[in-house]
Ligand binder design. Structure first.
Ligand code: ZN
Length: 133
């Protein structure tokens, strides 16, 4: 993936962040997920008055992609203030489809960014082979 493509992915995550529905935390997050086939799916966090029903931007993007037939992902840009990082639940859900996923963690002003492998963030993932079936 070229630097220009990564910039486009980051810009898509930043744009998705603007759609965040976060009236409770005011913590806005946007994600953009690049498939192996080259498509981009975006997501924002969607909060709920019943806090536990909140859906993270990463899983919104992933669900959109999977629901359209995508199964393999290369790169995920996550944009949020501070030092964005996917929560444990999202790490597990992302691992299900693409253990070799690379993440770009970006603040909204692009002043700071980190590039990290999912397996670094989430070693020893629970896997289907763990089920013993
Ligand atoms: Zn999450």
């Amino acid at each position: 993936m070229s630097g220009g493509e990564e910039e486009a992915l980051i810009e898509a995550a930043q744009a998705a962040r603007k759609q965040a529905y976060a009236p409770y935390s005011t913590y806005q997050v946007g994600s953009a997920l690049q498939t192996r086939s080259g498509r981009i799916y975006t997501g924002c966090n969607v909060e709920n008055a019943s806090y536990g029903l909140t859906i993270c931007s990463e899983r919104v993007a992933l669900a959109k992609a999977v629901s359209e037939g995508e199964r393999e992902f290369e790169l995920l840009a996550i944009c949020a203030s501070g030092a964005p990082a996917p929560c444990g639940a999202c790490r597990q859900v992302l691992y299900e489809f693409s253990p070799d996923l690379v993440l770009l963690l970006v603040d909204p002003q692009k002043k700071q960014r980190a590039r990290v492998d999912l397996t670094t963030l989430f070693p020893h993932a629970f896997q289907s082979s763990s089920l013993g079936i």
